[in-house]
Design a protein around this ligand. Structure first.
Ligand code: GLU
Length: 495
């Protein structure tokens, strides 16, 4: 790449950052990183009714959480700002002045009623073109100036050159699309209240910010030929375009709230890791080699290329995301899992203090992490799986588990034998391996099935039949509580 890559993500703060927007941001970020380029974040807050500070904050938070650091934009500085469209009014005015001076823009005084009447007439004539009929395009400039000076309301329109070759959009994802300029309206650049339209503001910004590649959703594909005309009129180089196909829900319709959670923060709150989200979303339309599924963010930003973006829509599959999240959780070191997942989750549930991960207790948490990691698909899962460890000498029983495993006749003797065997282990021997070793010979000795004995002890210790492995669970519980729970279980075990 000879020109230094500059890309931008330009969300409108009219809602939260949703999965589609996050994917667009990821592709821009990854493309910048893969090419040693610059990732610009611009806030397209020109819609005053629907843009809110809260949405802006939420978008910035989501991007930060995902790890998509931007080089220029809110909080990051940069010399091509400001990076909020509402702060760029003078840039749009200056750009319009340039276009007016060079004859690329002209004022239009048609009222909405006149525009509608002209459209009706065109329809009545059977005209296929129902856009603006260019009524004011050839007004005498002096007359136009006088009307403006007299305070007559007007918009500014782009003078689409009559003799312009068809506009070719070279889209890296979708290939070339050709547009006849006669199908392209003399569109409004500046409204009568002095605010720029999206197609004008975005081109002024992209041009002034030196954007080399525009990567965005394909809902903007139809705007692109118009924007190309504006780039040309302003004398900016036309950037390269890559329009991303939609993300569909499992029912084949565009992913939306109907399909459940769609905002990034909802996924965060439901226990997904940012790395898993970035990996999963990146693969909704891009692939490393067509088969690798685990591609961590740092690898995405080394290997990302626009050529490997698919033009087919992709389908969001929460099960796959869940699976991927589990893979990322399981791949964490015990220590990282303890610090970033286990302790914060337990603390949020009030089971431990926020600073519980002390040097003295680190080994305990890390052991718990090692047994929970493979059983966790959402960060919050750890709370219910670990709760039995925080109940001291007694445990809350799951009734069904008791019925199936403890209440059956002949169980009491098994629990008593297990307790006797375990009592023989001293405090210093209270480790998973020795605990398992002490229980191991019992089934044969007592003529009971292995399953029956182990499930009875498991329910006695953990309250249910789906706990982490028994030896580790009892080690974590400690000798005293483990033995106390067996004693208590004997009382309710079937004779
Ligand atoms: N603010 C626009 C949007 O959120 C950005 C469009 C663009 O990337 O040009 O849809």
């Amino acid at each position: 790449m000879t020109d230094k890559v500059r890309v931008r993500f330009a969300p409108s703060p009219t809602g939260r950052l949703h999965l589609g927007g996050a994917r667009t941001a990821i592709y821009n970020w990854a493309f910048a990183r893969a090419n040693g380029g610059t990732f610009v974040l611009r806030i397209d807050d020109t819609d005053p009714e629907r843009s809110t500070q809260e949405n802006t904050d939420q978008i910035l938070r989501s991007l930060t959480w995902l790890g998509l650091d931007w080089d220029e934009g809110p909080g990051a500085g940069g010399d091509r700002g400001p990076y909020f469209q509402t702060q760029r009014a003078d840039h749009y005015r200056a750009a319009l002045r340039r276009l007016a001076e060079t004859g690329h823009a002209y004022p239009c005084f048609c009222t909405p009623e006149e525009l509608e009447a002209a459209r009706e007439q065109a329809r009545a004539r059977g005209d296929s073109f129902l856009g603006y009929q260019r009524t004011c395009r050839d007004l005498d400039p002096d007359v136009a100036r006088a009307r403006i000076e007299a305070g007559e309301p007007h918009v500014w329109r782009l003078r689409v050159p009559d003799d312009h070759e068809p506009v070719v959009v070279h889209d890296i994802v979708h290939g070339d699309a050709v547009f006849d300029v006669h199908e392209l309206d003399d569109m409004v650049l500046m409204r009568s209240d002095g605010t720029p339209t999206y197609n004008f503001a975005t081109v002024v910004d992209d041009g002034e910010m030196g954007i080399t590649h525009i990567i965005r959703g394909d809902d903007h594909l139809s705007n692109t030929p118009r924007q190309i005309l504006v780039f040309e009129a302003l004398g900016f180089p036309v950037p390269a375009f890559a329009h991303l196909s939609m993300i569909l829900g499992p029912d084949g319709k565009k992913l939306s709230k109907r399909h459940g959670a769609t905002s990034v923060e909802e996924y965060r709150d439901r226990g997904y890791l940012p790395e898993a989200m970035v990996n999963y979303l990146a693969l909704l339309g891009w692939s490393l080699d067509g088969q690798t599924t685990i591609v961590p963010p740092e690898q995405i930003c080394r290997t990302f290329s626009l050529e490997r973006i698919s033009k087919n829509p992709s389908v969001f599959d929460e099960k796959k995301l869940e699976w991927m999240n589990g893979e990322y959780l399981n791949a964490m070191s015990d220590e990282r899992f303890s610090r970033e997942v286990l302790v914060p989750q337990l603390a949020a549930a009030g089971l431990v203090g926020r600073d519980a991960y002390t040097p003295e207790r680190a080994a305990w948490f890390d052991l718990l992490s090692s047994v929970l990691k493979p059983r966790t698909t959402h960060t919050g899962d750890v709370v219910e799986k670990a709760r039995f460890l925080f109940e001291g000498a007694t445990v809350t029983f799951d009734e069904k588990s008791v019925e199936k495993n403890l209440a059956k006749p002949g169980t009491r003797a098994l629990v008593a034998a297990a307790r006797a065997a375990l009592e023989a282990l001293g405090e210093g021997d209270w480790v998973a391996e020795r605990i398992d070793g002490a229980l191991e010979p019992l089934p044969e000795r007592l003529g009971a099935s292995k399953r029956k004995l182990f499930q009875a002890v498991r329910v006695a210790e953990c309250g249910n039949q789906v706990s982490p492995p028994l030896g580790e669970s009892m080690q974590l519980l400690g000798r005293e509580n483990s033995l106390a729970r067996l004693t208590a279980a004997e009382e309710i075990a079937g004779e």
